[in-house]
Design a protein around this ligand. Structure first.
Ligand code: ADP
Length: 245
């Protein structure tokens, strides 16, 4: 049996009587790349909020590597190894990609931070490797403000990886990107999935098809169905609530 990186058990989240997540049961294996899809208002953002500790479950438990996250504040959960990339890139535009990656890697400096313990040469080597992974070697010393939207998205994914999380949460990484940029972000996530556990929230079905092995469909705060992209796309309930719109 594979070890679980993330599980939610009967997670319910209510805001003033409105139930955004309803008895949500979800689990993901260590090393998996999972995509969560669902129509607007399905609860996708709340799902990420409850994993990262931004929102506490009204009922139920969130387990990360088997540990109950109840009561932990967001920054503690981030330190425990859950990294989140928001939809809009948050890179420093006047710094270079190299500087952005160095800053991201040192953000959470502590004696236990492995990055901190690296020598400058090791750090430079690691950043060089990351720049190559995200396809920005050629632009590594230009101001990030000169990058295209797709390149900024890849840089920010690199910044997430620089923090060495055990689980990467990636929220709609291709919104507003061209087809080519979308494809490049997809290839990057597939490459990263060889050595990381990644949970992606996405709308773009072509992109989902490119990257996903397993897809979970959320609807009205709960899991409607789960399977391969073909299984999900041919599920009558999914067609009715999501794809058939
Ligand atoms: P999605 O990301 O799938 O579009 P959300 O998680 O953003 O869905 O929202 C799910 C539902 O919960 C929506 O109907 C939304 O209006 C509601 N909701 C989300 N956050 C709050 C909040 N802080 N207070 C009240 N309702 C909220």
């Amino acid at each position: 049996m594979n070890a679980k990186i993330l599980e939610t058990e009967n997670v319910t989240v209510s805001f003033d009587g409105f139930t955004a997540l309803k008895n949500l049961n979800f689990s993901m294996d260590l090393g998996e790349l999972r995509v969560v899809i669902g129509p607007n208002g399905a609860g996708k953002t709340t799902f990420l909020d409850v994993i990262t500790g931004k929102v506490q479950p009204t009922q139920g438990r969130v387990l990360f590597k088997g540990k109950n996250l109840r009561g932990f504040p967001e920054h503690r959960i981030a330190r425990m190894g859950i990294g989140r990339k928001f939809q809009t890139p948050r890179v420093y535009l006047n710094l270079t990609p190299r500087e952005n990656l160095a800053l991201a890697g040192n953000r959470d400096k502590s004696l236990w931070n492995t990055w901190f313990k690296q020598s400058p040469i090791e750090e430079r080597r690691r950043i060089g490797g990351l720049l190559e992974t995200i396809g920005l070697t050629v632009k590594s010393d230009l101001p990030a403000g000169l990058l295209s939207h797709g390149e900024k998205q890849r840089l920010e994914i690199g910044m997430l990886v620089a923090q060495s999380p055990d689980l990467l949460l990636v929220d709609e990484p291709v919104a507003g990107l061209t087809d080519e940029e979308t494809y490049n972000v997809g290839e990057l996530l597939v490459a990263l999935a060889e050595s990381h556990s990644i949970l992606v929230i996405e709308h773009d079905m072509e992109f989902v098809r490119q990257i996903a092995r397993q897809v979970t469909v959320l609807h009205e705060g709960t899991v409607l169905c789960q399977g391969t992209i073909d299984e999900v796309q041919s599920d009558p309930q999914v067609i009715e609530v999501y794809l058939g719109k």
